[in-house]
Design a protein around this ligand. Structure first.
Ligand code: ZN
Length: 296
């Protein structure tokens, strides 16, 4: 059953639709884009309930079986990212992996850096892929509920899936309570609807219409994105849940997830780089430290 939900950031019940952005995202009824009337956060509502959401993942070409975009190893890119951890941790330890919707390939370089990843994931084939290819300890948990991750506090946490989870604010607060004080959290969250990439595509989409636009640009599966973050609202959610941001970049050179078009990679990279100069690159790479009070 589709469910209407309150704002995922502030809990407010007042929201309005932005039909032009819904079309841009290719969200199909009954899924809708809502913008909170109190804080401006954009999120999906109505959206699939957990049973429907699981069914959508299991029916998706991209998520339900091995996919070349995921299956290409991104060791260099993610290895470089996880080397960032050394700036804020005295030594490698246990890392809490928040979901593995990429099949867990991002976690592959951690072992070489001395880290041990323990991961939780809702979608069973992706959990199995992560176990198989990365050898990580992966637990399946409904709706990405982290209750199954118990024991000593973790030394770090990481996720590239925050936009997929039903309650990102609640999850950030719970991850805060699962790590030791001062531990770093590494996030990669797409910056949709305000990055230079989207600001470039948006008028083109209007100009060319559906039939002219989609042969030129791949169709993103936005029905899987339940939150649409921008820099101020991501920073605010982290601060509210006990995290202090110490690193924030919206442009990462040669980000593998954003170089999808082999004929126009140079153009994609140029748009991302220029966007990054104004904090409008395609995705937000964040490191935040667990040194605020955990949210209740
Ligand atoms: Zn709100």
């Amino acid at each position: 059953m589709p469910e209407t939900v309150p704002c995922l950031s502030c809990g407010g019940a007042r929201a309005h639709r932005e039909p032009h952005l819904e079309r841009f995202l290719a969200l199909a009824a009954p899924l809708r884009l809502a913008r909170c009337g109190d804080c401006g956060f954009r999120f999906q509502s109505p959206r699939s309930d957990l049973d429907e959401l699981e069914g959508r993942y299991l029916a998706s070409d991209f998520y339900a079986e091995a996919h070349p975009v995921r299956a290409a190893h991104y060791d260099d890119f993610y290895s470089h990212r996880y080397q960032l951890l050394a700036r804020w941790t005295p030594r490698p330890g246990r890392l809490l992996g928040v979901a593995c919707l990429d099949g867990g390939y991002q976690y592959a370089p951690l072992a070489a850096l001395g880290w041990r990843a323990e991961v939780f994931e809702f979608i069973r084939p992706l959990a199995e892929e992560c176990r198989r290819v990365v050898g990580a300890d992966v637990r399946v948990s409904r709706g990405w509920d982290p209750s199954c991750m118990v024991g000593e506090p973790y030394d770090a946490a990481a996720s590239i899936s925050l936009e997929h989870v039903p309650d990102p604010r609640g999850l950030l607060a719970r991850v805060r309570r699962l790590v030791r004080d001062g531990a770093p959290l590494v996030l990669d969250v797409p910056y949709q609807l305000g990055s230079l990439k989207d600001l470039t595509k948006y008028p083109l989409r209007r100009l060319l219409g559906e039939r002219g636009f989609h042969p030129l640009f791949k169709r993103n599966e936005n029905e899987f994105h339940l939150s649409f973050f921008d820099p101020p609202r991501l920073r605010a959610m982290l601060a509210d849940t006990g995290w202090r941001v110490v690193h924030f970049e919206t442009y990462q050179p040669r980000h593998p997830l954003y170089l999808s078009n082999p004929r126009a990679r140079w153009l994609q990279e140029a748009i991302y780089r220029v966007g990054g100069w104004f904090e409008r690159g395609p995705s937000m790479e964040v490191v935040a430290l667990a040194d605020g009070a955990p949210a209740p």
